[in-house]
Design a protein around this ligand. Structure first.
Ligand SMILES: Cc1cc2nc3c(=O)[nH]c(=O)nc-3n(C[C@H](O)[C@H](O)[C@H](O)COP(=O)(O)OP(=O)(O)OC[C@H]3O[C@@H](n4cnc5c(N)ncnc54)[C@H](O)[C@@H]3O)c2cc1C
Length: 450
């Protein structure tokens, strides 16, 4: 018998007291047991010991990382440094307060100047103090933000994508010079008002907010619903129908305009940190100089939505990744039946299913942003990613919740918030049905919009 085996047998008996040995002898024939162990090969004996020790269950789990295919390696060293800078900001500044602000339904406005210092606002825009970086990097940043707090990435998406994007895409040179540099530094905050209480998916078919021109002044009347950031923003881009031409026009409205009021929507169950407003425009007077000079019809509004829809797909990926990473860490820590729950086959099956979808989504949005950088982003390509990623995210967050058992519904375990927030991401910037209709129209050549 090898010396190791002798030691194991010795230890076995040394650890048993007399009553233990009697108990064991009642269950097994000790003579036979010793004879069997004596005949075992060294490798069989090792296997048996490993089994008795619970296999590899006690091995340290590897670090949690939701970038399974190392897509971050595709970034240049400079881009990677920006990604990690954003990650550090989100982990040190936002993560510790995310649940508290979500619960209070308040936005941590004190973090806006620090966010401005990151120099990531208007990331892909050229000139006006903007960084002129790739859409791929922009996507990674949206993922980093949503991985910690989807409300934060939504706030940022409205500022950097919708509001700055509208001025950049549709504004005159003077309008860009006037607003973009301070928006880039986040000293001026913007909002984007398109949706109305009675017109959501059908915004392309006719807005009820009307704009009437009187000399050099436009008079706006109507309501806008769900407008993110608008309770504290400095300006809001308002989309309204010109009563004379029936064309959709965009206006830069300063929020202190006496004809403009923004009332906070209070009873949300998702993205509670985002401040969404019901805006009322009551004979709101706006100068012709503040009308977006290159917004001639709804087609121009759509151009902006196409760009931001790609970012929303990345946001969904970040939301899913946050839930997956928190669930995996929990599974590596939580014990039931004397073992970490992550060592159970059925739990691993769920984790792998989540990771499969997450990795597929990441690969998809990565390619989408590459297409955008190549100048080949189309409405249908953006819509397809928005549909798939928001749909799969709902599935991933619900599995994450399931893996946490009861704790899955407690905010402090950092999964419940992702579950709730995924619901809003699923609906905004075009619902599943509307984005599917956009893709369906492209692949069949037939519009099924009513
Ligand atoms: C948290 C949050 C933030 C938002 N932020 C902003 C913002 O900053 N600015 C802004 O302008 N808007 C914003 N929105 C509005 C958002 O874009 C709309 O909610 C969205 O476009 C859907 O419109 P709706 O809610 O009116 O739903 P509806 O249009 O009423 O749709 C209800 C249901 O009917 C379905 N449906 C509608 N038409 C069809 C059809 N033809 N065929 C099949 N199904 C159909 C929809 O898919 C959906 O399931 C935000 C919304 C939320 C929830």
């Amino acid at each position: 018998m090898a010396d190791d085996n002798k030691t194991s047998i010795f230890q076995l008996f040394r650890n048993l007291n007399i009553s233990g040995i009697i108990k064991l002898a009642q269950k097994v024939d000790l003579g036979k047991l010793i004879a069997k162990v004596n005949k075992m090969s060294e490798s069989d004996l090792k296997k048996m010991m490993k089994m008795l020790d619970g296999g590899s269950a006690d091995r340290e789990p590897p670090p949690v990382d939701g970038d399974f295919y190392d897509l971050s390696d595709k970034l240049s060293p400079e881009e990677r440094a920006i990604q990690l800078k954003v990650r550090e900001f989100m982990e040190t500044e936002v993560d510790p307060i995310a649940n508290e602000y979500w619960q209070k339904a308040e936005f941590p406005v004190h973090l806006i100047p620090k966010m401005g210092e990151l120099d990531i606002c208007g990331l892909t825009l050229e000139g006006y103090g903007c960084p002129n970086k790739s859409n791929v990097l922009q996507g990674f940043i949206a993922q980093e933000m949503a991985r910690i707090d989807p409300s934060f990435s939504t706030f940022f998406g409205v500022q950097s994508g919708l509001a700055m994007g509208a001025i950049y895409e549709c504004g005159s040179e003077e309008q860009k010079q006037k607003w973009l540099p301070s928006m880039q530094k986040m000293e001026t905050i913007g909002a984007f008002g398109l949706t109305e209480p009675k017109v959501g998916s059908a915004v392309a078919g006719g807005l009820t907010t009307k704009a009437r021109r009187e000399g050099d002044t436009w008079i706006l009347n109507g309501q806008k619903k769900w407008i993110g950031n608008a309770t504290f923003s400095d300006i809001t881009i308002i989309w309204a129908e010109d009563v004379d031409s029936a064309d959709v026009k965009g206006f830069i409205v300063e929020n202190d305009n006496p004809g403009f009021t923004a009332e906070k929507i209070e009873d949300k169950m998702a993205l509670r940190t985002v401040q969404n407003a019901l805006i009322t425009l009551d004979d709101c007077k706006v100068k012709e100089a503040d009308r977006l000079q290159h917004a001639e019809s709804f087609k121009d509004t759509s151009r902006i939505l196409r760009l931001t829809r790609a970012s929303v797909a990345w946001q969904a990926v970040g939301c899913a990744r946050g839930a997956y990473e928190n669930a995996l860490a929990y599974c590596n820590d939580r014990k039931q039946f004397g073992k970490t729950i992550g060592s159970f086959q059925l739990v691993q099956d769920l984790l792998v299913e989540m990771l499969t979808n997450l990795t597929a989504m990441q690969s998809m949005v990565y390619r989408l942003s590459e297409l955008q950088d190549e100048g080949n982003l189309t409405d249908e390509r953006a819509s397809l990613a928005k549909v798939v990623c928001t749909l799969k995210t709902r599935d991933i967050v619900s599995k994450a919740r399931e893996l946490l058992g009861g704790n899955g519904i407690l905010l402090r375990y950092n999964v419940a918030r992702f579950v709730a927030d995924s619901e809003a991401i699923y609906s905004y910037e075009g619902t599943k049905q509307i984005n599917s209709l956009i893709v369906g129209r492209a692949i069949t050549g037939k519009s099924a919009f009513v």
